[in-house]
Design a protein around this ligand. Structure first.
Ligand code: MRU
Length: 346
């Protein structure tokens, strides 16, 4: 298991996830704008990883600043937060991170020297990263606790692994934890059209870990579920509303319907930082539209007739009623979701 994010003293490096698994190339971000572009262009992706990179981006910009005190730097900091908020709209971890950062810095006196702001922001970003890693491990343990003595076969979609988090992963964290104790039977990985996170990233992580799996086209999920070879579908999440409706990679909703039809448990694995307590239902979740070229070309080569109209929503919303449970670091949340999520918020 490796992390896709490295930060030290004003230097932020990201593994370029667009090139994996063929090339392991690290990209250096040298200012806040390059961090924002790395998020927009999917050098880094996955809800918790985006938030970790945003935290380091804020710390890096402060570290490199020539201003002398917080009062002079505050407007730059606010500008940076606003820029990061414009990168990708669906994963709420980014927005939760930015409001945390603002609350943290509101406690600073105007005349506090930049040297202190720099140290405190770096500590805060490191703490955020370490906490995400611990949270993912805890999600894995909670997932393991619901397996009982059984060996489990899992179908997963997209990439909710080390690459999508500080490390370990959420849905892949559950898979890793089961594998570590010999309770993982097999994994079915959806290729995840159109951006191929399953083919490029999840398959890569599973190969590295020696976890047994097969890659399948997304449309094979129905027959795989019908075969009786899957115990659980486990996916990550980008934003969970207060009633349990969950936004995740496009195709997740279809999988949840298939799982219900075939009587297979459907779990979402996500940290508490993926809940949006301000979103009442899935209707309040903004869905990112990605560029048409993701559909009209393949590997950089055009494949659709010029002029083809495209809809390319990057995420869909799975209604809470289709979800067996949400595996968080605090335990498994089950229906009735509004009550249990309200308790979580408290
Ligand atoms: O567009 P992406 O690759 O950022 O989408 C990622 C997902 O949908 C993941 O399932 C989600 O962010 C959870 S990652 C732990």
């Amino acid at each position: 298991m490796f992390s896709a994010i490295k930060y030290k003293s004003g230097c932020l490096e990201l593994i370029d996830q667009r090139l994996l698994p063929l090339e392991k190339k690290w990209v250096t971000c040298s200012d806040l704008e390059s961090v924002a572009i790395a998020i927009e262009d999917m050098v880094v992706r996955g809800a918790p990883a985006i938030a970790c990179v945003a935290a380091y981006g804020l710390a890096m910009d402060a570290f490199l600043s020539n201003t002398t005190n917080w009062e002079d730097y505050r407007s730059d900091f606010i500008k940076n937060c606003e820029r990061l908020k414009k990168t990708r709209p669906t994963a709420v971890n980014l927005f939760n991170l930015i409001s945390d950062a603002k609350n943290f810095l509101d406690s600073f006196e105007d005349k506090i020297p930049m040297s202190k702001v720099k140290t405190d922001l770096e500590k805060w970003a490191d703490g955020f990263f370490d906490n995400d890693l611990e949270t993912c491990r805890a999600i894995g343990e909670v997932g393991l606790s619901i397996a009982g003595e059984k060996k489990i076969s899992i179908l997963t979609h997209c990439n909710a692994g080390s690459l999508a988090t500080a490390g370990y992963g959420t849905a892949l964290g559950v898979i890793r934890s089961l594998h570590a104790v010999g309770q993982l039977n097999y994994v079915f990985v959806d290729e995840t059209r159109p951006y191929m996170q399953g083919t490029r990233l999840t398959a890569f992580e599973l190969i590295e870990e020696g976890i047994p799996f097969s890659l399948q086209v997304d449309s094979a999920a129905a027959s795989t579920l019908a075969s009786g070879h899957v115990d659980w579908v486990v996916v990550g999440a980008d934003r969970i509303a207060s009633n349990g409706d969950t936004a995740n990679k496009i195709g997740t909703y279809a999988l949840a319907i298939l799982a219900k039809y075939h009587g297979v448990a459907f779990y979402v694995a996500a940290p508490v930082s993926t809940f949006d307590f301000n979103a009442r239902t899935g209707e309040d979740i903004p869905i990112e539209q990605r560029p048409a070229e993701e559909l009209t070309s393949f590997g950089g080569h055009p494949i659709a007739a010029p002029g083809t109209e495209v809809i390319n929503p990057s995420f869909d919303v799975t209604p809470a009623e289709l979800i067996t449970g949400i595996i968080t670091e605090e335990g498994v949340i089950r229906a009735p979701y509004p009550d249990h999520i309200a308790t979580l918020m408290e």
